[in-house]
Write a protein that binds this ligand. Structure first.
Ligand code: G16
Length: 563
């Protein structure tokens, strides 16, 4: 018997403005009557317009609390709006890169990802809904703005409330809604994604690296999925494909609350991995975030590879990855706060190198235009044009490919890189959950600092170092492909020797304000290479605190996270 769609009367909620990574809020906000329904209806209408009826969409998420409920609602709203087919993740679990892969592989019109990424999950934590377009990448600003406008005036949504879908078994389920066929296909995104990785990388070489070959012992790896969505992917790649013992993958059962972990792969929140690696028993360690797009890479004895260096090393070694032999290398890009290490590689290799605002969506246009192969962000995001999202497991396999090819340890690869290019020392200070007013005041003051041209050529001294300001601005980006302009993307204070201080307010937090302070200083003297970034960058950090008056304004005498 056929099902009937209903139109439900509703009223707008305040502040449903999707940012660079969708709409992220506390889960309780999403649980309000009609809140999720409103946002999903506005997303679908704004993103697809006339093409909504008859379209095909993908839906998946990182398995966090409320995900299954939201998945069912979304399928019912799709059915209510005449969508013809939804590809839904098995048990609702699909990593963000796998959603991008599925959108591209099955050529869907778009997809919805249920995640708050690296933010904690559970009944008292965060939830998020993000829309990706048909190229597999995050929706551009024109779409997110249109969604926001619609959320202010929505008066009804369409839903098929009697539609019941079983997402626990793979396969196709057929329905009839308002006399038209509606298909739900539960897909095994782990198989789809891993099959793609096997086209990109040489799995035999990776197996040789991990199990040992040519008389060389295998590299003992430790992979930590932080109880997020990456568990099943890690199990399939490392245990089933590469023959790694199960002990080498940890926190690999997805949990709705991530087992209480803050699933962000950095030195603070992935301290477990750091401590294990410090014992010297593993030659390689990696962690992912909740939805699997971020990665952290460690070498033996917890040798930390900064994401900025990771990007530069991969750029220098793309010939170790078979995919790039097929596609050629078309250019590099980094987000503005990411260090300029990759720029040096681009220069040497005569490649274009783009500096874009934070947020993966800015890379997609360049990739679609055939001008970008590899890109990354200092926020533990690395990826290539194989999909349109950053990809944690791809980055790990890329690094293992470099190790297999060069037959070197992580530390040796990095030391050799610095010897060739010099070292862009780098650190990021996060001041999480600050009060909004003082944080906004600080940014306002910094904008005044930028506007005052008298600050150019001004010198600041701290310890035995003196830095002279060469350029100050609030970063603005004009997309070279569609000429769209993104203003106010972060305060940049650039010194005569190329050192940089950058201030931004996070756009992805769900409460209060998070101030990010990024510091970069370049050294070419090999004697400095083994020094700690905190020591080398101390004078610049002091100058940043002096200029911004961050401590006085926020009352914070230290950051919550140092990377
Ligand atoms: C942070 C990072 C950005 C990143 C964004 C989204 O934004 O600084 O580089 O693009 O998260 O990352 P994800 O998709 O993993 O959530 P912000 O605005 O908090 O600094």
């Amino acid at each position: 018997m056929g099902l009937t769609a209903k139109e439900i009367i509703t009223q707008p909620f305040e502040g449903q403005k999707p940012g660079t990574s969708g709409l992220r809020k506390g889960v309780k906000v999403y649980q309000q009557e009609n809140y999720t329904e409103n946002f999903v209806q506005c997303t679908l209408t704004a993103a697809l317009g006339d093409k909504l009826a008859g379209s095909t969409l993908a839906v998946g998420g990182d398995g966090r609390y409320f995900g299954k409920e939201a998945t069912l609602k979304i399928i019912q709203i799709c059915a209510g709006n005449g969508v013809s087919k939804v590809l839904v993740a098995h048990n609702g679990l699909m990593s963000t890169p796998a959603v991008s892969c599925v959108i591209r592989k099955y050529a869907t019109d778009g997809g919805i990802i249920l995640t708050a990424s690296h933010n904690p999950g559970g009944p008292n934590a965060d939830f998020g809904i993000k829309y990706n377009i048909s190229n597999g990448g995050p929706a551009p600003e024109a779409v997110t703005n249109a969604i926001f406008e619609m959320t202010k005036t929505i008066s009804s949504y369409k839903i098929c409330p009697d539609l019941n879908v079983d997402i626990s078994s793979i396969g196709q389920q057929e329905f009839e809604v308002n006399g038209k066929p509606f298909t739900v296909q539960v897909v095994d995104s782990v198989s789809d994604y891993v099959a793609y990785m096997k086209e990109i990388f040489d799995f035999n070489a990776l197996k040789g690296l991990l199990q040992g070959s040519d008389g060389q012992p295998g590299v003992n790896v430790l992979i930590n999925a932080m109880n997020g969505v990456m568990g099943p992917y890690a199990q399939k790649v490392f245990v089933e494909e590469l023959g790694t013992p199960t002990d080498n993958i940890v926190n690999c059962v997805p949990m709705e609350d991530f087992g209480g972990l803050h699933p962000d792969p950095n030195l603070t929140y992935a301290a477990d991995l750091v401590q294990e690696l410090e014992k010297g028993r593993h030659g390689f360690g990696a962690a992912f975030d909740g939805d699997g797009d971020r990665n952290m890479i460690l070498g033996k004895n917890a040798f930390f590879v900064t994401p900025s260096d990771s990007l530069a090393v991969l750029a220098d070694n793309l010939d170790c990855i078979p995919y790039f032999a097929k596609t050629g290398v078309k250019g590099f890009a980094r987000s503005m706060p990411t260090s300029g290490a990759v720029d040096r590689v681009a220069k040497k290799k005569n490649q274009e190198c783009f500096e874009v605002p934070t947020g993966w969506k800015f890379f997609g246009n360049l990739m679609d235009a055939g001008r970008l192969s590899l890109c990354g962000e200092e926020s533990f995001g690395t990826g290539s044009d194989h999909i349109r999202e950053k990809d944690g497991l791809w980055a790990v396999l890329a690094w293992l490919s470099v190790l297999a090819n060069k037959k070197q340890s992580v530390e040796d690869v990095i030391m050799q890189h610095w010897t060739t290019y010099g070292r862009n020392f780098y650190t990021r200070y996060d001041y999480e959950n600050c009060e909004s007013d003082p944080a906004n005041q600080m940014m306002k003051n910094l904008n005044c600092f930028v506007a005052d041209s008298g600050n150019i050529n001004k010198s600041f001294t701290s310890g035995d170092k003196t830095y002279t300001i060469e350029k100050i601005d609030n970063f603005s980006y004009t997309d070279p492909v569609d000429a769209s302009v993104s203003k106010n993307q972060g305060i940049r204070i650039i010194f005569a020797d190329g050192s940089r201080i950058i201030f931004r307010l996070s756009g992805t937090g769900s409460s209060g304000a998070t101030i990010r302070l990024y510091i970069e200083g370049y050294e070419s003297d090999p004697k400095t290479f083994t020094q700690s970034p905190q020591d080398v960058l101390k004078p610049l950090i002091n100058i940043a605190l002096e200029i911004s008056k961050l401590q006085e304004l926020t009352g914070r005498d230290k950051p919550t996270v140092i990377t």
